[in-house]
Design a protein around this ligand. Structure first.
Ligand SMILES: N[C@@H](CCC(=O)N[C@@H](CS)C(=O)NCC(=O)O)C(=O)O
Length: 221
């Protein structure tokens, strides 16, 4: 049995998207955002209080990109991973980590200091600086897309889900205005995938069934 703990549109969307791309069965447990404030019972499952938490046969994982890598490797027939022996393995791993560590982290500061904090704790300068930081860090993806359709190995992989979620978040935060035509076209390719649409539908269904609708304060993590 596979269980994914998820907040609507949060980073846990990465493993949800991967599960749908792979066509696997899973149970989706929706939490209000942030769980640490609105679902204190969740600390018993995950002491960090963060999403995702992915549980499969005694395996418990809390890093969204690592879960995508795990699912791709455990289901190799789908071809969403890249073998260690493949020349593209380094580019693949780099993309997988880049999506979270470099492209998502700065956006969380924009989210927090532009939208989530109460007015007297908002920090427009911090938010503006990290919005610029994020756009600057898109240079690597731009360079890759100059002569490729995907991040690595000439095919859709878990690395595209990692980077794709960062672009999805940027879209939600309104940071996509400065996307280059290559990045816009890449996001168009990713968001047109059936697996992406199924993941969106799955979270909507589960949110309605479990809580009467999305409970995020904004439509973001
Ligand atoms: N590096 C982790 C970050 C996990 C994380 O911070 N998740 C956010 C949601 S996007 C969260 O749960 N925030 C709630 C909180 O910090 O209390 C990952 O990629 O999964």
């Amino acid at each position: 049995m596979r269980t994914l703990w998820h907040c609507v549109n949060a980073r846990s969307f990465r493993p949800l998207w991967m599960l749908e791309e792979l066509g696997l069965d899973y149970e989706l447990k929706i939490l209000p955002f942030p769980p640490r404030a609105f679902a204190k019972h969740y600390f018993e499952e995950n002491p960090l209080g963060t999403v995702p938490l992915y549980v499969e046969d005694g395996v418990r994982m809390t890093e969204s990109s690592a879960i995508c890598q795990f699912l791709a490797d455990r289901n190799p027939e789908a071809g969403f991973g890249v073998a260690v022996s493949d020349a593209a393995y380094g580019a693949y791993l780099n993309g997988l980590h880049h999506g979270e560590a470099t492209l998502t982290f700065p956006q969380t500061l924009v989210l927090r200091y532009r939208l989530l904090e109460p007015d007297d704790r908002k920090q427009p300068q911090v938010a503006d600086d990290y919005a610029k930081w994020f756009n600057g860090r898109l240079k690597l993806i731009n360079a890759i897309l100059a002569d490729a359709d995907f991040v690595a190995a000439g095919k859709f992989t878990a690395a595209d889900i990692s980077v794709g979620y960062a672009l999805m978040l940027a879209h939600t935060l309104g940071l996509d205005a400065e996307f280059t035509p290559q990045v816009k076209a890449y996001w168009g390719r990713l968001s047109a995938r059936e697996g992406y649409a199924k993941a969106l539908a799955s979270q909507d269904r589960a949110a309605k069934a479990q809580s009467g609708g999305p409970q995020a304060p904004v439509r973001t993590p």
